[in-house]
Structures are given as structure tokens and as C-alpha cells.
Design a protein around this ligand. Structure first.
Ligand SMILES: *[C@@H]1O[C@H](CO)[C@@H](O)[C@H](O)[C@H]1NC(C)=O
Ligand SMILES: *[C@@H]1O[C@H](CO)[C@@H](O)[C@H](O)[C@H]1NC(C)=O
Length: 359
């Protein structure tokens, strides 16, 4: 019901409100029909997480179920799961900073860059702040086996204001498929296609949540910077979920037999998108995606193997991946790497950001 409530708080213009109505009702039915949502076991911070950097900017509630990550002029902050997961379901309810948030990135992602610096895997939600009065946006991305020259970004608008209330963000990752969920609406699925080769994430990953200053690219291609007049910026995380085959990073990762645990994971409801879920995903795609690498022919003249090309979408994206003919693709595919000399520092930003500067 809370979701229903959120939906009614949408603020589209009057005309879009009318044209969206039938689809909106579809989505509404989809969301409310699963009011009980997926079967999730939430944990306290100390049951699954550790501080990652800048402890002084990590604010844990007395019951240890909610954590606030702060960004101020001294530093951002971040947390990391204490274990690696060999496939899993990672979820949290997140409330993003309010008001002026240009230049800020809040990231919720899985990675294993600490262990496999050269061939790491990564799955990202990255939330991109904005100037006062302009909405947050977000993107998802994937890397596998160090495929850092092949960004797979999709960028989206929200159907709600993510700074007003908590919303649930989830990453499902199995050997068969990857699904990104927002409030249990599947917004993106990547099916493991054989031709992806090593680009599909397959090594154990940790879950990260961070807030950091990405003034150089996050908002309008870096034109709008973080304004520390408004510090501190706080992002809240609660209802933390870490499911999957836990692997202790200090042990030989390969020594854990995850066969049964992965089978249990794949049997869960969130592992498979239902027909209603497909409808909701279509609804989302038609309204809220504004960039997709699958339609960016300037970047990939042959779409990457997992891309499912829908002719009507290709038409809308005009072969540039962008919804409107706004700007040409001017970015370099080179990634903005974190300093290799600082292991700590290298961990606190999801890797995908810079590619997106040009989007
Ligand atoms: C929900 O998940 C828990 C833990 O994974 C499991 O013990 C329980 O049986 C599940 N409940 C349902 C209804 O699937
Ligand atoms: C892992 O466990 C499964 C199921 O319990 C078993 O069939 C398989 O042989 C095990 N694999 C290894 C390498 O031990």
C-alpha cells in the first residue's frame, strides 16, 4: 500500500497523466498485487556489513538497522558487505539526499575489484543528484571479467521523488540472469548469453553502498558541482538484505560449494520475471529510459550480444541510444580509474561513472 501511495504522488504534467493512465493502472495492479513483496530476510548492519571508508561519516541507528551515509566537504562515506557472495540477491530501502544535490552520486552496487583488480565484475545502481527543483536520475550498469571498455549503461528518470521516502532497490544475480528492481518492478534484465563470454559477472562479489562527490561528471556532464553550502548530504539505507552463497574473503573462495545455495536462489520468486512483471518493465521502458547502450550505434555499431532490439524502441532512440537528439556522443570510452595506489580509495566509487559523463 505504501507503493500505491507513492504512485499517487507522481507529478507528471496533466496531459501525460491522462495518457499514462491505463498503463499506470497496470503497474499499480502489478505493484499492489504483490503487496507482500518478495520473501526477504532483513539483517542488522553488524550481521552483514562493515564500514568501508570515513567511519566518521557513517551514522548507524541504535538498533543498527538503518545507516546514514554522509558526504561533507571532508569526505564521502561507504559501507561494504563483510563477505563475498557467489551469486545473490542484494536489496535495501534507500532514501536519497534532498534539495540541492548536484554533483553527488549515491551508489548501490556489487563488485570484486579488491580481489580481481584487472578482471573485476560489477553490477551498479548509481543515483545522480541534481540542482534544486530538478529530479534525481539513475543508471544501471554491468561489467564482467574486466570488460571496462564495454560499458553497458542504461539511464533513467524516476516515477517518484526518491528523496522524499524510502524506496526498495534490488540486484538479483544468478548464473542465468541479472535483474535490477525498483520497488519490485523489474526495470532491467540481462540474460546470460553465451556470446557474452567473460563479460558476464561470474566471480564472487561484495555489496557496496557509497556516497561521494562526482562533480566532474554526475550532473549535466559536470557543469553543476557539489555545493558544500548545503552539507552534509545524507543518504539513508534500511531493510538490508544479503542473500546468496556467502564466501569468506579470507578463505579460498573456490573452496565453498555453492551448488545448493544457488539452486535455492534460482527457485525464489525474484529470479524470474512474471508476465505481469514484463508488462511493468515495458511500461517503465517506454516512459523512463532515456539512454540505452543497446541502441547507441555510434558506440557499438553491432549491439552487444545480450541486447534484445525492439524495433519501436530503436526508432525512439534514433540509433544514438539517446531518447532525444540532444548531443552527439562525445565521451571517451576510457574509464576514469581510481588511484591504484590507494586500495581504500579504489573501492569507494562504483566504476562506471565516467563513461556516463557523455550520456
Ligand atoms: C523465506 O525465506 C526464508 C529464508 O531464506 C525461508 O526459510 C522461508 O521458508 C521462505 N519463506 C517462503 C514463504 O518462501
Ligand atoms: C557440490 O554439491 C553438489 C550438491 O550437493 C554436489 O552434487 C557436487 O558434487 C558438489 N561439488 C563439488 C565440487 O564438491
Amino acid at each position: 500500500m505504501e507503493l500505491y501511495h507513492h504512485f499517487l504522488l507522481l507529478h507528471p504534467s496533466a496531459s501525460t497523466r491522462i495518457s499514462l493512465l491505463p498503463l499506470a493502472i497496470c503497474l499499480l495492479l502489478f505493484i499492489t498485487s504483490k503487496a507482500s513483496a518478495f520473501n526477504r530476510t532483513t539483517i542488522r548492519f553488524d550481521e552483514g556489513y562493515s564500514p568501508l571508508f570515513s567511519d566518521f561519516n557513517i551514522d548507524r541507528s541504535p538498533d543498527d538497522k538503518t545507516v546514514r551515509l554522509l558526504l561533507n566537504r571532508i569526505s564521502g562515506s561507504g559501507i561494504i558487505s563483510s563477505d563475498y557472495y557467489n551469486y545473490g540477491f542484494f536489496s535495501a530501502r534507500i532514501k536519497l539526499p534532498t534539495d540541492y544535490t548536484a554533483g553527488i552520486v549515491v551508489a548501490f552496487y556489487t563488485s570484486n575489484i579488491d580481489t580481481w583488480e584487472k578482471n573485476h565484475d560489477e553490477l551498479d545502481f548509481e543515483f545522480l543528484g541534481n540542482v534544486n527543483g530538478q529530479p534525481w536520475r539513475f543508471q544501471t550498469n554491468m561489467y564482467g571479467g574486466g570488460s571496462t571498455s564495454r560499458g553497458r549503461e542504461e539511464r533513467y528518470r524516476f516515477w517518484f521523488d526518491p528523496s522524499k521516502e524510502f524506496h526498495q532497490y534490488s540486484i538479483f544475480w544468478s548464473p542465468k540472469n541479472i535483474i535490477f528492481y525498483v520497488d519490485d518492478v523489474p526495470i532491467r534484465e540481462i540474460v546470460h548469453h553465451r556470446a557474452m563470454g567473460g563479460d558476464y559477472p561470474s566471480k564472487p562479489m561484495s555489496l557496496y553502498a557509497t556516497i561521494w562527490d562526482a562533480s566532474s561528471w554526475a550532473t549535466n556532464g559536470g557543469k553543476e558541482k557539489v555545493d558544500y553550502k548545503y552539507e552534509p548530504f545524507a543518504s539513508e539505507f534500511k531493510d538490508l538484505v544479503l542473500e546468496g552463497c556467502r564466501v569468506d574473503p579470507l578463505e579460498q573462495i573456490s573452496s565453498t560449494n555453492c551448488t545448493d545455495r544457488i539452486a535455492r536462489l534460482i527457485a525464489q520468486e525474484y529470479a524470474t520475471i512474471t508476465p505481469e512483471g514484463r508488462k511493468a518493465m515495458k511500461w517503465f521502458h517506454e516512459r523512463y529510459v532515456y539512454y540505452s547502450y543497446c541502441y547507441d550505434n555510434l558506440r557499438y555499431n553491432v549491439p552487444l550480444p545480450e541486447c534484445v532490439i525492439v524495433p519501436s524502441e530503436r526508432e525512439r532512440f534514433r540509433d544514438t541510444g539517446r531518447l532525444r537528439e540532444k548531443m552527439r556522443f562525445g565521451g571517451s570510452n576510457k574509464r576514469h580509474r581510481r588511484g591504484r595506489n590507494s586500495r581504500r580509495r579504489s573501492r569507494h566509487s562504483a566504476a562506471s561513472g565516467k563513461d556516463a559523463a557523455a550520456l
